[in-house]
Design a protein around this ligand. Structure first.
Ligand code: ATP
Ligand code: LTN
Length: 330
């Protein structure tokens, strides 16, 4: 039986967080053995907010280095930069014509981002999920490993694909979101009611993958908790401590009950240090490898050129089929 296909991506909006690592990239690594994996850097999606061009270029290459440092192996997985495969933008246009305004208006990410960037509610922000649908459908992906927040976009992708298939016959594989329970939604350390995010402006809210150990320790020590001082999971009443338990669990593999028992007689101070230490240990090899790769731009360049070539071949065959089906002379 042939392997199932995976496609996923991360925007090049800045330093990756522990949320991106536990919710996405760490699972990608595990999936490489079993699946045919395509991992892209969603640089076109990044344009939906204003970026400094030089920073965007650096962030894109940084992200590529981080993918590799986190264990995505270019021999096993296809790694590429979205904008280098023109078919993504081309298919997105077509799919725009098969997506309704009403559907896009219901997307929570659009609502969130338009509140955050009220001075720049551009149409790219609105049609963002259509480009994401194109990313996924071009590769005929079976599964899309993402964090909880992206589930709605994958569901919209399914709807668009089903609509298209119904009109033109089987064209796209219908993808499924693939969400790992543990680490699927890491919350901010200062605001544990909203997700940890690369672009958060709250100081000490996010752990970045390239944070120094002392910074990580400091951020965890400052994490918002409650006054009970009992390490117990209760997402509603104790969102801060529950988030720390989830992080600890995602990294050590211990269950919530095991963690509660282990820290039964300890206070929050000890627990916070234990969480910080396991995060520091987990990130150490990644950080070393990342620093090595950053000094090797030629290797990174070779890698993205090869990745784009491989991706273009797959994407082109889907796009050709779509163009023919909708009646374009091609
Ligand atoms: P931004 O702040 O720029 O919106 P982000 O940190 O939300 O970025 P994305 O590029 O939107 O990150 O997401 C990349 C991947 O990481 C997605 O699969 C997303 O679901 C996952 N992810 C992002 N934040 C978290 C989080 N806090 N917990 C778990 N998964 C997350
Ligand atoms: N919207 C995603 C990033 C993304 C993506 C994709 C994820 C762009 N294209 C295709 C999975 C599949 C996000 O994480 N914000």
């Amino acid at each position: 039986m042939s392997k199932k296909t995976i496609l996923s991506g991360i925007q090049a909006t800045g330093n990756l967080t522990l949320g991106n690592y536990l919710g996405a990239i760490n699972n990608w690594k595990k999936m490489q053995e079993e699946y045919e994996c395509n991992y892209m850097i969603a640089d076109l999606h990044t344009l939906t907010i204003r970026n400094d061009p030089e920073k965007l270029r650096n962030n894109t290459l940084d992200l590529l280095a981080l993918y590799i440092a986190a264990g995505i192996d270019p021999e096993k997985s296809n790694i590429f930069i979205q904008s280098q495969v023109a078919a993504h933008a081309e298919l997105a246009w077509i799919l725009n014509c098969y997506t309704y305004m009403g559907e896009l208006s219901r997307m929570t990410q659009f609502k969130d981002k338009s509140t955050k960037h009220a001075d720049n509610i551009n149409s790219g922000l609105f049609t963002y999920p259509v480009l994401m649908a194109a990313d996924i459908l071009l590769y005929q992906a079976d599964l899309v490993p993402v964090g909880e927040d992206q589930k709605q976009h994958v569901e919209l992708t399914r709807n668009i694909a089903e609509r298209f298939n119904k009109i033109y016959g089987d064209t796209f594989k219908i993808p499924e979101p693939y969400i790992h329970g543990v680490g699927a939604r890491v919350m901010g350390l200062q605001d544990p009611t909203s997700k940890m995010s690369k672009s958060s402006t709250i100081p000490n809210d996010s752990i970045f993958l390239n944070d120094e150990p002392d910074v990580i320790l400091k951020k965890f020590k400052k994490a918002v908790t409650d006054s009970e001082n009992i390490v117990r999971y209760d997402k509603e009443k104790k969102p801060g401590i529950s988030n720390l338990i989830s992080i600890y669990s995602a990294i050590t593999g211990e269950s919530k009950e095991e963690i509660e028992n282990k820290f039964e007689s300890k206070g929050y101070g000890d627990f916070k240090v234990a969480v910080a230490e396991c995060v520091i240990e987990e990130l150490k090899p990644l950080q070393n490898k990342y620093n090595e790769l950053k000094n090797n731009p030629d290797y990174l360049e070779k890698l993205y050129i090869n990745g784009a070539e491989r991706a273009k071949k797959i994407a082109k065959s889907t796009l050709k089929d779509v163009y023919e089906k909708v009646g374009l002379v091609w």
